[in-house]
Design a protein around this ligand. Sequence first.
Ligand code: SF4
Length: 282
Amino acid sequence: MYQDELLNWGVAQLRDLPWRRTRDPWAVLVSEVMLQQTQVERVIPRWLALLEAFPTPAACAAAPLGDVLRLWQGLGYPRRARNLHAAAQSITELGGFPTSLDGLLALAGVGAYTARAVLAFAFEADAAVVDTNIARVFARFAGERLTAKQVQAAADAALPHGEAWAWNQCLMDLGAVLCRPLGPRCDECPLRPGCAWNGGRDERVDPAIGSAGVSGRQSRFEGSDRQGRGRLIKALGLAPVHGGDLSVAMGWPGQYERATRVAATLVADRLVVRAADVYRLP
Ligand code: SF4
C-alpha cells in the first residue's frame, strides 16, 4: 500500500481529539471502548468525565458499577460499561496494564480491534488495527470481499514499521472521510493509483458490502427496546424504580409486559439489580 502518500495525506488533516494527545493505556482503552458504537462528538464529554472520576483503573475498580453506569448515560450499549469496570478490576488485580496482545485480549470486552488499538495508540507498538472504516478501505483496495483473516493479514502487511500510531489513525480517517460507505471521494484519495475498486469505476459491486468487519446500518433507535433500556438506566441513576412504574420510566406508559421483559434483560446482563420488585443500579 502507499505508505508515504497515506501518511502525508493523513497526518496533515488529523483531527485534534483529546485521546490523541495521551499515551496513557487506561485513557486509550476508555476511548476505544466508548468509540466502538458511539459517535466522536458524544464520546468527548463522557470520556473527559469518566477519566476525571476514575483517572486510573484502580479508581474505577473500587467504585460500584452503578457509578460507572451513571457516567455512561447517553452513550448507549451499557454492557460496555460493565465490561470496562470488569477490565479495570482485572488490571488492578494484575498490578499493571497488560502490554501483550494476549494479555489485552484476556480483559473483559476487549476484542481483536480494541487490543490492537491499545497496543498501537498507547504503547506505539507495531499493531495493525481493523475497524469498520479500515476493513472497508482494504476490501475496496483489494477489489474483493475479504474474510476476517484476509483483512487482518492485509492490514499487518501494509503497516509501516515504527509508524503504527500515525498509520492506523490516518487509515481510519481515510475510511471515514474519503472512503465513505456511500459516495467515496476517490478523486482526492492517495490510494487511488493502486485501488482495484476505485469508486466503482470498474462497475463491480462494492466489495466492502458483506466483507468481514464492515458493519451494516445500525438498527433504528427511536421506539426500540434499546431506547427503553437506556431510559431505565437513566431513571435508576436518580432513584430505584418499582416494578409497577417500569413502563413509565421507559417511556412506554401502559406497556407493562414489554417493560418487564426489557427490564429482565438488564437484570440478566447484571446491569440492574431486582429485589422484591424494586429495580436499582448495582
Ligand atoms: S480510491 Fe476510492 S475506493 Fe479506493 S480506497 Fe480510495 S476512496 Fe476508497
